[in-house]
Design a protein around this ligand. Structure first.
Ligand code: SAM
Length: 410
């Protein structure tokens, strides 16, 4: 007899057991044949990338990392984008020439020797080319951004299938590097922080993504790092202490604050060109392990209500992130769960709410060029309706990480 859904799902037992049952039930339907591999990866030792501290004297350490077989995947991304950029420019040139010839062939007042069907076919060809040109120009714009994205950040990884682990080092009291799940860089790459930006990191602790932005922009931007949790907020301050020289003027360009992000609109609206909202979620990978203190796992029975409310909190945080962003600006929503309920559903619901309640129009942006350039490093879920989802697999054990970029139009 086939067990009913409730028989399969344990609501008693350790939090990690409950989490695994929950994921087996839900994710096997979404990821199908990929789920066993993802599950196995999530229960195995995860892979890290090594981000060099651009304020430390890292050359010797960098040489050691390179000779051990690691490569800088952000530099590789820049190279790919530059190559693609040149290819796109050529295509655009050729297409523009072709279109100019085509338009000359269309009849004008002096030359009306073409038949109606010939004219129709020529105009439709021209229309198709106009669409293609628009598409190529938009790819060119994305490519130009990617050519410069996170300039100055060196992020080393070992190739897919290589399980070597990095060793950390400290020099002259500044940390030489920090280790992160490489997919945690993707929300920052999608945000594309550039000099002159005013950036809000709404849920910033412990400060991994914030550190990447500081490494990349230094004092050419202003960054506000917020977190509701004072203990975790302290870790952001620790990042500044451990990775930046004490006397550096960068300290005047970053601010660490502690507010409830769901109430941000009470103090500021339309103040930032870019907002990162890396929300609290079920942290799938962590939830599959038994913590020292049971309460630390969000799947423990005492936190059932909190878990159920996550999509509401996430949507509220995204709403505040959109309101904090200037029209024309960019918002990146990210999580470390593979749950559609906390990813695409939250984004779609919130976009609709923003339009209905505030007449603010947000558009989901395409991240396919970014993911195409990162195929060697990550596994992406093929059927992701919006945004992109890095799925863990044993040979590239990063994620899960969901990233969605929004453009605030009005
Ligand atoms: N972006 C961080 C990083 O890269 O290191 C990780 C952020 S973590 C996924 C989510 C954070 O959201 C937690 O530090 C949590 O304290 C914070 N948080 C939860 N609710 C919040 C709220 N209402 N306002 C602001 N921060 C909140």
């Amino acid at each position: 007899k086939k067990p009913s859904m409730f028989n399969q799902f344990r609501n008693k037992g350790s939090p990690a057991e409950i989490a695994k049952d929950y994921f087996d039930l839900n994710y096997s339907k979404v990821f199908k044949a990929k789920w066993p591999g993802m599950r196995c990866a999530m229960l195995s030792r995860k892979k890290y990338c090594n981000i060099l501290n651009s304020y430390a004297d890292f050359e010797q350490y960098q040489d050691e990392i390179i000779s051990s077989g690691a490569y800088d995947f952000i530099s590789k991304l820049h190279e790919n984008a530059t190559e693609k950029n040149a290819e796109l420019k050529n295509k655009i040139n050729e297409l523009e020439k072709e279109m100019s010839n085509e338009s000359k062939q269309l009849p004008n007042e002096d030359r009306d020797e073409m038949t109606t069907s010939e004219v129709k076919s020529k105009s439709s060809q021209l229309e198709q080319n106009i669409d293609l040109l628009e598409e190529l120009n938009s790819s060119l714009q994305t490519c130009s951004q990617l050519e410069k994205v996170c300039m100055g950040v060196h992020a080393y990884v070992y190739p897919k299938g290589d399980f070597t682990e990095f060793k950390g080092e400290i020099k002259n009291s500044l940390y030489l590097s920090f280790f992160l799940d490489a997919s945690s860089i993707l929300p920052v790459l999608a945000l594309n922080p550039i000099p002159g930006d005013h950036i809000l990191d709404l849920c910033a602790a412990p400060g991994g993504k914030f550190n990447i932005m500081v490494q990349s922009l230094g004092n050419s931007a202003h960054i506000v790092a917020n977190d509701i949790d004072s203990k975790r907020g302290h870790r952001i301050k620790k990042v500044l202490k451990e990775y930046l020289p004490k006397t550096s003027s960068i300290h005047n360009h970053v601010k660490v604050v502690r507010f409830d992000g769901t109430q941000w609109l009470d103090q500021e609206t339309e103040a930032y060109s870019k907002v990162l909202v890396d929300v609290p979620c079920t942290t799938d990978r962590i939830s599959m392990y038994e913590p020292k203190i049971e309460y630390d796992n969000i799947f423990c029975n005492q936190r059932k209500r909190e878990r159920g409310r996550l999509p509401e909190i996430q949507s509220n945080l995204l709403k505040n992130a959109i309101l904090a962003c200037q029209p024309g600006g960019t918002i990146v929503y990210s999580t470390c769960t593979a749950s559609a309920l906390q990813n695409e559903f939250v984004v779609q619901y919130t976009i609709q709410e923003m339009y209905e309640n505030y007449q603010i129009l947000c558009e989901v942006e395409d991240l396919s060029l970014l993911t195409r350039f990162l195929q060697d490093e990550f596994h992406f879920h093929d059927d992701q309706p919006i945004g992109t989802l890095v799925i863990p697999q044993l040979d590239a054990n990063f994620g899960p990480t969901f990233i969605c970029r929004l453009h605030r139009v009005t």
